[in-house]
Design a protein around this ligand. Structure first.
Ligand SMILES: Nc1nc2c(ncn2[C@@H]2O[C@H](COP(=O)(O)OP(=O)(O)O)[C@@H](O)[C@H]2O)c(=O)[nH]1
Ligand SMILES: [Mg+2]
Length: 263
């Protein structure tokens, strides 16, 4: 069950696995990005076995906007994001990586893009496009390959689907199909649902502590079956237009209608 708290404008979800040293600096940056606003930060600790849990507990004592969920066994980054989503109170959801490579100061621009474009029931996700990636040459090469595969097989034209920072409505996020690693396919999944994806330029920086949790080869191998799965999902997308509830005719109208029929 979702914890009932003060209403918040936005919930920021941060999935972490062994991110000791990166916790408090990022929390402080998120707080600065939303200073004076009603927001909550939900960290989801994916059964870390370093000092992540201790650092989160220490932060809980001093940051009232912080909530911490902990998986008892490792479930992966997408599952962590979903655990946070199911507990979130905000109508808007922000997501970012917990290693400090994404910059929380980019959130307001993502958020205002979503708000400005969400008119007439349009569902919009703003997704970051890293302007200058602070990653190794090997990682950049692997990303370029993944981008080519996504563009050719999934028609995913978003230039940076792997970027961790995003903002979207909670109702939209909840309706996307869930599977391990789905966080890498969000633009395709949002479009599959009839939503619009806006690319917003964002900053990127190197990790200050810890190491990447993904090995390039592992990511490549699992990526092949994920891409096949997403192709299937895109083929099986329901062609659903808007849904309107049909209301009972008010009694006054009924009387006029039946009088007219009698004449
Ligand atoms: N919950 C959870 N988070 C993970 C897992 N693997 C990575 N992460 C988090 O996902 C974010 C991105 O991971 P990172 O290792 O920096 O990936 P990279 O930037 O693509 O090399 C970080 O916040 C990690 O802590 C995982 O298995 N479970
Ligand atoms: Mg990273």
């Amino acid at each position: 069950m979702r914890a009932t708290r003060n209403p918040v404008e936005i919930s920021i979800l941060v999935p972490v696995m062994n991110e000791a040293g990166n916790i408090r600096p990022l929390i402080d940056e998120i707080c600065s990005a939303f200073a004076g606003r009603q927001f909550e930060i939900i960290y989801i600790d994916d059964a870390s076995n370093d000092a992540t849990a201790d650092e989160l507990s220490a932060a809980l004592d001093t940051v009232p906007q912080l909530r911490v969920l902990r998986h008892t066994q490792r479930a992966g980054q997408s599952a962590a994001i979903r655990s946070g989503l199911l507990q979130a109170n905000g109508n808007l959801i922000g997501v970012l990586d917990g290693d400090g490579q994404n910059v929380p100061a980019d959130f307001p621009a993502l958020e205002s893009s979503v708000i400005a474009a969400s008119k007439d029931g349009k569902m919009v996700m703003a997704a970051g496009i890293r302007q200058r990636r602070a990653d190794s040459a090997m990682r950049l090469l692997a990303s370029r390959g993944a981008k080519w595969v996504r563009a050719s097989l999934l028609a995913d034209t978003h230039p940076d689907s792997g970027c961790g920072i995003k903002v979207l409505p909670r109702t939209l996020f909840l309706q996307l199909p869930f599977f391990n690693h789905m966080h890498r396919f969000m633009p395709s999944l949002v479009r599959r649902h009839g939503g619009v994806v806006l690319g917003v330029p964002v900053a990127h920086r190197p990790r200050i502590a810890g190491t990447s949790k993904y090995r390039i080869l592992d990511r490549l191998l699992v990526g092949i079956s994920d891409v096949l799965g997403v192709i299937w999902l895109l083929r099986r997308a329901p062609a659903l237009g808007a849904v309107h509830e049909v209301m009972a005719t008010p009694p006054t109208n009924k009387r006029t209608k039946s009088k007219k029929a009698a004449q």
